[in-house]
Design a binder for this molecule. Sequence first.
Ligand code: HSE
Length: 432
Amino acid sequence: MPDGLVVGLLGHGTVGAGVVRLLREHADQIAVRAGVPMRLGPVAVRDLARHSGAGLPRLTDDPRAVVAAEDVDVVVEVMGGVDPARALVTSALQRGCSVVTANKALIARHGAQLRALAAASGARLEYEAAVAGGVPIIKPLRESLAGDRVRRVLGILNGTTNYILTRMSEDAGSFADALADAQRLGYAEADPSADVEGHDAAQKAAILASLAFDATVTDADVYREGITGVTTTDIAHAARMGYVVKLLAIAEQADGRVGARVHPALVPASHPLAAVRDAYNAVFVEGEAAGSLMFYGRGAGAMPTASAVVGDLVTVARALLAGEAPPKTLLRARAEPAQVPVADVATAVVQAYVLLDVADEPGVLAAVAGAFGERSVSIRSVWQEGRGETAQLLLITHATLEGDLRATLDRLRTLPTVRDVASVLRVEGGEA
Ligand code: HSE
């Protein structure tokens, strides 16, 4: 980098354009903080004509040319998706070129291999923007909390679903109406399944679980339920009992195993995560020494995400200037992905909210309570409302094993007086 650090850009969509804007508008400050000016090098886009007016002198439609360019010091990958991003990032790292990426799908699926490649070649791989957009959480987990032991991470990692649940809660609207509202505002895609089915949050949960517990957790390891089954009735019951419904991503370690799950959950209204409204994200970290910490902000959008990407560029620049070259033995140690086993979700300790439609007749409550008792699932509270021949029965359990909860639900479904197991939601942020 004779007269500055040359940044090669893969992708010039919403985030890419935000990165270019920050590199231009904050150039002087970035040069001071990084210790070197940053210059935009080649930029790869799919459609040259669409970006021809963006003032990008080295525009190309060949992303491999960006990765292979002799003068590129660091590659920024903001094209998204696993392919061809994986091959491009791999090839940059293999030649010792550092990479900054915002690609959660790539890191969630192939992060361990890519980190190993980076360690072997002495390159840096930074991905702050891959989780919770502009909210700093990767560096806090990897650096600031490196001396602590993280017990648990609870995250609201998907803004679209948080917006939908906020609308359902505050306007008492249906899921369909809230989703349509989110689509109108541009939060939700035309096909919203990645968000509402929890895939997006599961990718981010895998990344956080891997970092917090030095493990190799991929998105395929994350137990996942989305929010499509959450009803306004659930939200109203939750509110009456002092809870707010959130889509939570949970990463935890117990008995030497790492667990990661994404599902809707009742959170006590007094918990800091309950105050996270609309499309905001937050990550609540329970540290052994540091105690509880919460990181909050915008999890998506051009400029918040670009802020995280450019922060990573400054990190890479500082490392290059410092001539980071760890000893070979250390490189070998770092190249080995940690092998902390991933726990079966059945072993997770959970509390549950269970809503049943039952016959309103003598002995029903005893039969239902018996089904819980058979698996030693302790009931904390019960609420019942008669509605003619049927009744709604709402139970909240004490902490129990997810496997025992599931066995109890299976048993309840066999009882002739239980017409329907209408809802099952976990309760988090309290007793469990
Ligand atoms: N679609 C995501 C969200 C943003 O709604 O939070 C990108 O991960």
